[in-house]
Design a protein. Structure first.
Length: 296
């Protein structure tokens, strides 16, 4: 009993995230903490359990024999604890009529408007309370129960949560000499210098992952733009090109080229992420499914 009393809930959640992502770094990103903090939490848990849960090697992270027996118990324990919190909330807030939705700045206004109308069309109409914030803030607020659902680019794993792809959008390259009728192949884009924004909304993560997936070096301008408008302004100065979802163009006539990968449009996916154990779970699933069904 003494050992159980000393088990840290945070350490249990960290261990579950590592088991799901098979990566300490990916688990840390999912929880919005540093990798040393997550590794320390798992190490303390292993110390209290008396055995290692994971083996790390150049090939990745794998469960030990001990971990393979313990992790299913950890998962069931966390599900039970989350159910207690969800039921307590349901019993103490029976009249809750709002859905708190967080959105990344990269989410287009058309998608927000669609979500607003679909919330009104739920079997029990609810108010939609919106909050726009960067990716880390949105993830932390969802984890803390301060948001019910978030709409974000699908670039970072979030273990334990429900996911649904709700939209895809073409990526375009903005540059002063672009001709809208002349697509740009990704292989040729590797020759250009790209202006990036701070890695908070998900666009820089997407861009970096895209180049890494094709084993291409990303030539980045040494500075950073604060907004999508500034990206366009700086391309006009000749500082480089910019990669953005088409809906983020300030006007249709902004010089840009469709980005293609071997003749196919390069697209960014957006997803709804929510906790499936909350009293709002049925409505959140219905909302996410409706958004997915209405994809353009």
């Amino acid at each position: 009993m003494a050992m159980i009393d000393r088990l840290n809930l945070e350490g249990l959640r960290y261990a579950q995230a590592v088991a799901e992502t098979k990566s300490f770094s990916a688990a840390a990103r999912a929880y919005g903490v540093t990798q040393p903090a997550l590794s320390n939490g798992v190490a303390k848990l292993e110390e209290r359990l008396g055995e290692k849960l994971f083996d790390r090697s150049p090939r990745g992270v794998t469960l030990t024999a001990f971990g393979a027996r313990i992790l299913p118990l950890i998962e069931r324990s966390l599900i039970a604890l989350d159910a207690v919190a969800a039921e307590a909330k349901r019993l103490t807030e029976p009249g809750e009529q709002k859905i708190r939705m967080g959105v990344s700045p990269l989410i287009g206004s058309h998608l927000v408007a669609r979500a607003f109308s679909m919330v009104q069309a739920l079997p029990a109409p609810r108010d939609l309370v919106l909050r726009e914030a960067n990716m880390q803030d949105l993830r932390e607020c969802l984890l803390a129960g301060q948001l019910d659902i978030i709409l974000i680019p699908a670039v970072t794993a979030m273990p334990r949560f429900e996911h649904r792809v709700i939209d895809v959008e073409p990526i375009v390259v903005v540059s002063p000499d672009a001709e809208q009728a002349a697509p740009l192949e990704l292989a040729d884009a590797g020759k250009e210098c790209f202006i990036l924004v701070p890695d908070t909304c998900g666009l820089t993560t997407f861009t970096t992952q895209l180049f890494q997936a094709h084993e291409m070096p990303l030539q980045a301008y040494p500075g950073e733009a604060a907004s999508y408008q500034v990206l366009e302004d700086w391309t006009k100065l000749g500082l480089g090109s910019a990669m953005v979802p088409r809906s983020k163009l300030t006007a249709p006539d902004v010089p840009h080229r469709p980005l293609m990968d071997d003749g196919r449009e390069v697209q960014i996916s957006f997803e709804a992420v929510w906790n499936g154990d909350t009293p709002l779970a049925a409505d959140l699933l219905r909302l996410a499914d409706s958004l997915a069904a209405a994809r353009r």
